[in-house]
Design a protein around this ligand. Structure first.
Ligand SMILES: [Zn+2]
Length: 134
């Protein structure tokens, strides 16, 4: 937290800024706290497994097209790419999508020199275009 007048770092317990002497505006601090809390709750809501009752491994296919490998992940009920979360974790790629109380969850083994160069989503199918770089 910082003084709203001079920007000096201050502690929540203080009533006055030690630098400029202005009264510490705690309402603003509480507003910030509330906003951060709301954002966190929203994030947790998105990823919490509490409301996810069922975890499904989506059907998937891999095929080769030119230099690319295409991973097709079929997730019925998922409406848009925005609902799909793709994360690179070490040598694997995690794909997840939550719809209602179920979550599609897929881990794809992906060596470090392989990269997702493009992805698209159409008719419940996510396509990851993966290429190997030296
Ligand atoms: Zn101050």
């Amino acid at each position: 937290m910082h003084c709203h007048v001079c920007g000096h770092p201050i502690s929540m317990e203080w009533n006055y800024c030690p630098n400029c002497g202005h009264k510490v505006d705690k309402s603003k601090f509480l507003e910030d706290l509330k906003r951060v809390r709301d954002e966190l709750m929203h994030e947790m809501d998105k990823y919490t497994t509490l409301k996810v009752k069922k975890i499904l491994e989506p059907e998937s296919h891999v095929y080769v097209r030119g230099d690319n490998k295409i991973y097709e992940i079929i997730m019925p009920g998922v409406k848009s790419r925005d609902d799909v979360d793709i994360r690179r974790i070490g040598e694997s790629l995690e794909v997840r999508a939550i719809i209602g109380n179920k979550m599609y969850f897929k881990i794809i083994n992906m060596p470090r020199d392989h990269y997702v160069v493009a992805d698209d989503f159409e008719d419940n199918v996510l396509r990851l275009h993966v290429q190997q770089f030296d």
